[in-house]
Design a protein around this ligand. Sequence first.
Ligand SMILES: Nc1nc2c(ncn2[C@@H]2O[C@H](COP(=O)(O)OP(=O)(O)OP(=O)(O)O)[C@@H](O)[C@H]2O)c(=O)[nH]1
Ligand SMILES: [Mg+2]
Length: 244
Amino acid sequence: MEQQTIKHVATVRILLLGDAGVGKSRLTDLLARSEDTPTPSTRSVGDVWWNVQVRLHEYPSNMLIGIPPTPDWTSSSSPSTSTHSSAPDQFPPPNTCKMIPYFVEFYDLKSSLRLPREHRNRLYRHIDGIILVYDLLDMRTHDNLHDWLYQPLRQICRYRHKRLRPILKRRHVPILVVGTKLDLLNSRRLSGTGKIATQLGTDEILLNCLDLNSFNEKSRNEMKLRKFLNNVVDFKQYFPIRRS
Ligand SMILES: Nc1nc2c(ncn2[C@@H]2O[C@H](COP(=O)(O)OP(=O)(O)OP(=O)(O)O)[C@@H](O)[C@H]2O)c(=O)[nH]1
Ligand SMILES: [Mg+2]
């Protein structure tokens, strides 16, 4: 990892959305957990409205100085926090890839609180990624994800893109869909899963949030998570917060 002082490590922010009881808090515990931060208190950041847990993510630097991930991404605007140069014509050779550390903050709303709109909108301005969470035992929680997503997506689009609409036709904020309680599913029937993920063109992970091995290194889940976090960093770089 590139040597950087804590002061120079940028932060990306991820919002967890989903019905009460689907497993958002347990999933946050799992996502933020590391050897250095084994308990929630060692990785939690205090906030009145949100449970915020933080982890480090290592971003491969050749992705930043290479060509943007898709042709419709603009690289002309570069965020003030970025220390990276803009795109050269070719990817650098693989051995020039350095890992750049980023803090990742997961924002999980405290369930007992009803969040005032101004607090919500203030946070949405800084959100670089969304994780949609549903319960595999109750597919209504999957269908409700459309409702959970609509307002945050609209607000993030407003703060990060020049135009409000159409949201999904543009390169929107990265989204990951997670179905929980896989361990309690006693049939192999997974009908209905994957619908919203397909509509959004995103990855989906099905897991048991209570299993500490769910994101083992080099597992499919871990690879999907890594790809999502890389996209989140890209989004922060290519769509910095606009001054309104
Ligand atoms: N067996 C099993 N239990 C789970 C799983 N995920 C969550 N749970 C349990 O489901 C319950 C609710 O999980 P939470 O993480 O508190 O749900 P939440 O989405 O944060 O709920 P709110 O904070 O009320 O919105 C807890 O008892 C968890 O232990 C899972 O994958 N498998
Ligand atoms: Mg919770």
